[in-house]
Design a protein around this ligand. Structure first.
Ligand SMILES: NC(=O)c1ccc[n+]([C@@H]2O[C@H](COP(=O)([O-])OP(=O)(O)OC[C@H]3O[C@@H](n4cnc5c(N)ncnc54)[C@H](OP(=O)(O)O)[C@@H]3O)[C@@H](O)[C@H]2O)c1
Length: 329
């Protein structure tokens, strides 16, 4: 081999080694050394207008907070001292969650936001937010959690096998509702403020039979980045972070917590630990982040082949569960 081609190879090797060393360093930094800046959002209101003392403190609005990851965020933020607005569609379920939070964290205030996110009504959202503005609450955190693929059943299907109403429902819950709520709430939020958007692995590594869900989660992530950049460019002190989520135990995704599946509380805590890291999208639980990093190193053809096999096996498992449910009814 000539010395010039050996120099080119050495330079190429150094470049690749630097790239991987940088990625490993930023992984270790994020998961071991980074310290969350969540406490900056606990600052008291600039001009408190609400009546009771605890109501003057910072509020977090969490959508889909009656169960799963949303409920995990409600507990984690309440334990950090935030007042909580719990959103959901079932007044009974929300009242039970509110009672449990008040019992566990007596120093915080809570409110309920009962609204079915499907069909998504911009005027109902605007009316609710106008009410919050009138009450002068210091809203600093919005967690756009509501969404999922299993909100229609079966979740895994060819696009043409979904009804038009099912497609609309997935788009409303995953895209329409968070976008319209954020649009309405941003002018009312006090800075510094934080917006968290729940995404999914399928946004980065989409498989078949989940087209609408995967597409809508990709929207959530690209939207987080675009919104974060826009707010920064406009001089606003609003941190926007898209959360890339793998398997999490929840009402919509039951299963044992294990090597690749964490609890909803763990996911929420991991996400809050990453606040202030400066990234617009992040996989908050370290094992999800490690899986994603490894999978994204695979060559495209191998990745596509494995995604078809993995999603087919998930689809078959889902089908068996649904058949068993039908038999047990
Ligand atoms: N769990 C996972 O493995 C996983 C993986 C990747 C991404 N994610 C993402 O994480 C987020 C939360 O998922 P999850 O598994 O925690 O969901 P979940 O357990 O199914 O909980 C969904 C929450 O949304 C509420 N909800 C559902 N439909 C609604 C509607 N039409 N109007 C108002 N509220 C409604 C539910 O209320 P009810 O209690 O009344 O049903 C519940 O509080 C989603 O954005 C999902 O895409 C989850």
């Amino acid at each position: 081999m000539s010395s010039s081609s050996s120099n080119v190879l050495t330079a190429f090797g150094t470049l690749i080694a630097t790239y991987y060393a940088y990625n490993i360093f930023s992984f270790l930094y994020l998961f071991i050394f980074h310290r969350s800046t969540i406490s900056r959002y606990l600052q008291p209101a600039i001009a408190p207008a609400a009546s009771s003392t605890s109501e003057h403190r910072s509020w977090a609005l969490i959508t889909g907070a009656s169960d799963g990851i949303g409920l995990g965020f409600a507990h984690e933020l309440a334990s950090d001292g935030f007042n909580i607005i719990l959103h959901g569609r079932s007044p009974t379920k929300l009242a039970a969650v509110e009672a449990a939070l008040k019992a566990q964290y007596p120093h915080i205030s809570t409110r309920l936001f009962v609204l079915d996110a499907y069909p998504c009504s911009a005027s109902a959202i605007d009316d609710y937010v106008r009410g919050l503005a009138k009450d002068g609450l210091c809203i600093r955190i919005l967690v756009n959690n509501i969404g999922g693929g299993a909100l229609v059943s079966p979740a895994f299907r060819q696009l043409t096998h979904f009804t038009a109403a099912e497609v609309q429902k997935l788009i409303d819950l995953n895209v329409g509702f968070p976008t319209l709520l954020t649009r309405a709430l941003l002018p009312v939020m006090q800075e510094p403020a934080l917006v968290l958007n729940l995404g999914s692995f399928v946004a980065r590594i989409p498989g078949p039979w989940l087209t609408v869900y995967a597409g809508s989660k990709a929207f959530n992530m690209s939207w987080s980045r675009s919104l974060g950049l826009e707010l920064r460019a406009e001089g606003r002190d609003v941190e926007v972070m898209g959360l890339v989520v793998g398997e999490v135990q929840s009402a919509g995704h039951p299963g044992p917590v294990g090597l690749v599946m964490c609890s909803s509380r763990t996911l929420a805590k991991s996400a809050l630990d990453k606040i202030g890291c400066g990234r617009h999208t992040v996989a908050p639980w370290w094992r999800h982040a490690a899986i994603l990093a490894l999978v994204e190193c695979l060559p495209d053809a191998l990745l596509n082949w494995s995604m078809v096999r993995a999603t087919r096996s998930l689809m078959e498992k889902d089908k068996k569960l649904l058949e068993a449910d039908k038999r047990n009814l």
